[in-house]
Every structure is written in C-alpha cells, then in structure tokens.
Ligand binder design. Sequence first.
Ligand code: HEM
Length: 417
Amino acid sequence: QNTANPAPVRPVDEVYTEFVRAGSGRQSEEWVRLIREMAAHGPIADLGRNRFAVIGFDEVDEALKNPEILMIDFEHQQRFLEDVPDSVSVRAFADTMLMQNPPNHTRMRKVFRRAFTPRRLNLLRDSIEAIVDRALDALPEKTGPDGTVDLVDNFTYRIPIQVISDLIGIPEADRPRVEADAELFIKATELGDGDDGERRRLADEGTERLQEYFRGFIATRRAEPAEDLASEAIANSDAMEDPLTENEMTSNFLLLYFAGFFTTVHLIGNGIVHGDRERHWMPLVASGGTVADGYVGETLRAWPSILFTARRVADPVELGGTTLPADSDLVVMTSVANRDPAVYPDPDLFDPYRDHGRVLTFGGGAHFCIGAALAKMEARVALSKLWERHPDMRLSGEPELAQVPGVIGYNRLPARL
Ligand code: HEM
C-alpha cells in the first residue's frame, strides 16, 4: 500500500449507502474501488443507529458461525430494511428456515437437508446436461434480425428454473403458471423507476397464488409420493415428533424455489460477463476439468451474485475485539471479505487456480447454503458447454443490470454467437 499518499477516506455511511444501492450491480473498476473503500473501514464499522458493518474476513467468518449472533427474524427485517414496506411477498418468507434460530432452524433445515442427498445430486447431473444442451440447441432460432440473442432470457434464466423445478418435482404442466408468478415476485425486488406500488401489488397477488399452488402440490405429494425432493421432505417432516406446519412447509418450498434460481441465474451470467473480458479463460473452461470448477469458484469469490447478508445481536457479544451492543443489527459483508488480501493475496486478480475452500458467498455456519453444490454444478456445465459450442461468442451491445440492492447480476446479456 502507498502510505506516502493515502487515498482520502470517505465516511463509512456514505460508502455503505453507495455499496448497498447504486454501487452494487455491475462488474466494474468502480465496484472494486468501493470494496477497497469499505475494507478501509474494517474490520468492523459503526454505521450509527445501532447498526454495524462486519468487514474483515475473520470477523465475517465468525459472525456467520457464532451461535450467539442470530439470524434476523421477520420483525427485525422490517426494522432493518426500513424502506421496504410490509407486504405479502416479504411476509411469505417469515416462516422459512432462513429466518429461524435454533432449535427451530435445526428442526426445519433437517427436513430439507436430508433430501439433498449426493445420490439425488448425481441423478440431477445428467438432467442438467440435457437442459443446457436443449437451451443451446434453441439459441440459433432465438437470434434476432440484428444477429444478437439475449443470453439471460434464453440461457442463464432457463437453466436454474428448470433444474429447481425438476428437483422439487413440479409437474411440467404447472410450470408456466408457477414461473409467471415467480417472475412477478422477482420484478418487485428491483429498484425500478416505474410504479413501485403497482409492481408490489402484482408481486403480492403472484405470491398468494404461489402459496396456494404449493399448498395443493404438497397435499398431492403427501397422498401420492413420487421420486422427488418434495415427497422426501414431506415424508421426513411427517416422521418427526413435531412435523412442520402446513404454513412452514409451504413457505420453505417457496424459499427453495426462489433461492434455487435467481442467485444461480446471476452466477452463470457473471461467469459469462467475466469470460467476455478475459477471453483466454473461455477455451480452458470449455475443456472442462478442474479449471472449470476453479473458474466458477473465482466467479463466486470476485463477482458474487449476493454481496452481503444480515444478522442481529440480542445480548452484547464480542467480535474481532469490538463489543457489539444488545439489540444491534449487522450487515455481514461477505463480498468485501472475499477480497481480503490477508486470505486472498492480490485479491483483484481473477485467478481460477486459487483455493476456494473458504469463499463466503454461500454463507457459513448453520445457515450455509443448502444448494451450494448444485449451483456450482449448474454453472460449470452451463459455462463449459456454452463456450465449447460457441468458442467465438461475444457480448454485444449494452448488458442490462439487475437493479436489486445487494446483488451483482444482469437482466439482459445480448450476444453474437
Ligand atoms: C442459504 C447463497 C443457490 C437454497 C443461502 C445463504 C447464502 C446463499 C449466502 C445463507 C444466507 C445467510 O446465512 O444469511 C446462494 C448463492 C447461490 C445459491 C450465491 C447461487 C449462486 C442456491 C440453490 C438452492 C439454495 C441452487 C436450492 C436448490 C438455499 C436455502 C438456504 C440458502 C434453502 C437457507 C439455508 C438455511 O437457512 O439454513 N444461500 N445460494 N441456494 N440457500 Fe442458497
């Protein structure tokens, strides 16, 4: 570091606001500069009003693993995201495992965790390959008169949504309506300049229909189990002394459905965008092997689709030498920790050959992402098959950002094959 001429340090709340809102969303030098600015306030920064940003790698890792640091529950989420009004779509996730603390979290998670067996993942591998091949086969006919095709609509979006539907076991005939309602929900998470009230109303209606759909679906699978994760999760729950309530079951299916697809859409998209910039990786990823896994790992580290998560502190707790007071909220900056030079030397270099064992993009501790292995498998197959089939592919025109706070991702990636 050049200590003779240090860069001016802006107040942390200014950097934080930019980081969470306008600063997120794109792979760029500006974003990397924001990461550095945020890191300069580490390892823990006081954001005022009993909010703290956890920034250093060790502190982030510990915040995720320390059982005294709690998951935000619904009530806290409302306080924390003060500009997000209460709505059916926000409330729909209140009863999911993501917002519970032990022992309730443990009770819910084991119902689903046990259904994510390596055997089921191995069976999915073949179907992921077939889904990717079909999406690639269809690309030429989706190409417009200007010679470009949108790789989000026709590729990155298509893969995870079909994989998660196959995994859960949603019948083919029901998928168009489930997907249409899910899209209404996703649209409402974006910072648009349109009518927010109208988008939220549509999202709420869509969410209600999805809840209704999953209630019916669960009842059908309970009566007639099939070879899918839904049937297994229902059986796991029914075998417990305190089975999940109907509402808990429905909410967790909704969580699985959403958590399983938009994050992975952006992982694949972020991999494509980086590959277009450093094109020498494309043939290496196309040839498969460990470098393809490393490429996905490095995309997760350097351009993570999720930039941070949140926690709360009920009783005072010490973290990285700072005592966090009772009733404080934490923003846990996993994306900043992923570029901590103490753990990742030369952090801004994109290097698929690094050790990705400690990358924090899937979280850590009790809530570590259930779908991490699946998401990585999908991205690896998608990127290697895309670049094997289209080695000269180039992005063309302006990519459109997914304007979701806390997310790096793209809604449109026009390309020439
Ligand atoms: C939890 C990220 C893909 C299902 C999480 C968490 C993160 C995360 C950060 C923990 C949140 C926290 O502790 O605050 C991602 C990313 C993905 C991805 C970046 C893709 C690139 C998936 C997939 C599925 C999935 C494919 C399902 C098939 C879940 C579930 C939880 C979770 C159910 C809640 C676990 C719990 O609370 O115990 N994910 N995820 N995710 N993820 Fe993922």
